[in-house]
Design a protein around this ligand. Structure first.
Ligand code: RB5
Length: 146
């Protein structure tokens, strides 16, 4: 399952990406909001999506105006590795090397066709493991520093 969430700044792009994943990629996706352009707080949607990602070992997609705030919020949650991507190469590499479980994008910075190519790269690339796992273990250790 893929979980998607956004704030008002990411709403329009979220609608497009939800449809793309469900209809064109034919993958299971659940929309955790927001559901219109009323002003909301992006940490609330980062939390909703990331809680599902952790509980179900799923993948998440988060969109705010720039993708910055919502990715910062997501990365505060233990076990989340959220990558803010503005082109597909980074989306591919963050799966291969960082085993990113959440993709963030900016609804006001990234056009929908480019965003679709980013999503496709993210969802179709596997983690390479090996030397990269050691680095992820070190990131996990940082989560325990108070
Ligand atoms: C909301 O206006 C905006 O601040 C938010 O969508 C995001 O860009 C924050 O990083």
């Amino acid at each position: 399952m893929i979980y998607i969430g956004c704030d008002h700044g990411g709403f329009a792009l979220k609608q497009e990406i939800f449809k793309y994943i469900k209809e064109d990629l034919a993958l299971e996706i659940e929309d955790l909001g927001c559901y219109d352009t009323s002003s909301v707080d992006y940490p609330d949607y980062a939390e909703k999506v990331c809680n599902k990602v952790i509980a179900e070992n799923a993948q998440g997609i988060l969109i705010c105006g720039t993708g910055i705030g919502i990715s910062i919020a997501a990365n505060k949650i233990k076990g989340i590795r959220c990558a803010l991507c503005s082109e597909p190469f980074s989306a591919e590499m963050t799966r291969k090397h960082n085993n990113a479980n959440v993709l963030a994008m900016g609804g006001r910075t990234t056009g929908s066709e480019l965003a679709k190519s980013i999503v496709k790269a993210f969802l179709s690339t596997d983690f390479e493991g090996g030397r990269h796992q050691n680095r992820l273990d070190k990131i996990a250790a940082l989560e325990n520093i108070k």
